[in-house]
Design a protein around this ligand. Sequence first.
Ligand code: SF4
Length: 361
Amino acid sequence: MRYIDEFRDPEAVQRLLRRIGERARQPARLMEFCGGHTHAIGRFGLRRLLPPPVQLLGGPGCPVCVTSSRDLDCAIAIAGLPGVILTTFGDMLRVPGSAGTLEHARARGADVRMVYSTLDALAIAAANPGRDVVFLGIGFETTAPTVAAAVLQAADRGLRNFLVLSLHKLTPPATRAILDAGEVHLSGIIGPGHVTTVIGSDAWSFLPRDYRMPCAIAGFEPLDILQAIYSLVDMVESQTPAVVNAYARSVQPAGNRVAQQVMQRVFQTADAEWRGLGVLPASGLALRNEFAPFDAARRFPVDVGPSGEPPGCLCGQVLRGVTPPPECPLFSRVCTPDHPVGPCMVSGEGACAAYLQYGEA
Ligand code: SF4
């Protein structure tokens, strides 16, 4: 198949759904790690089309949502320091920390600017040599290489006023944490397509090896997702867990070596705090010592005190797959995209926003 329409062909979708229905004899609880998958599943109505034994659960794959309140509080504190310009992608502006958002900080006078790429942040640094321009580094292995490339570019250009507050996170440790906790009983994992394009499908081999957990890497079109679901159901039925690459047009077993090298050149693994999962060892990325002058966490060691979750918000449970968004008492009544209480309703990859947008309540 070469064109996007072919991956949405209704007859092919029906055929695949029939095959899934014929193969699924026992319950299959599948977690889509990626928030992009949660949105695609909602957008194409796939959850409702699947046969009853197949159940889909959302996971922690929304980088904005898993950013902890403490990290957000630090970003807000840094944004308020004299001479700082804090640059960030749009989603982060409205995510609530313990006492407000970056948007609120901007209203109080902080210089917080929305950017569309790291190149925008570099341009702001070049245009403001007397100011410290901090880029809020949010995202998984998909975005970390672009931020690493920006640090290398800043070093090349001598832009010593460009800094990164690295809140990047790694996806395999979070998946391990969910499985180790045993809080949700899963039959298989729908692997994140974009992340796996970078890290490679081999990076998920620990799932069948250590947990006897099938994994199928999926793209973001209906046939991509259904093909991955069929593969998972098939492995559940035959009890032959493996990693299946159902997104071969983008994902290679070893991933994107160039992106990995850039990421590894600038970052090293570090412990990171995840909303809903707590502090996970070696699940984040910090700048290497060599790039310390570009590290906002070292330049601005702010102390924000105790942090807290938005009252009543169940985002932590949503991100662990324990609670579907509609079961949050605030969902759609108090918490809406116009007045979000938690990050899962703010982000374009948030599960609560997806369920509300696509009428899956
Ligand atoms: Fe949090 Fe709102 Fe989702 Fe409830 S509906 S979990 S308050 S984002």
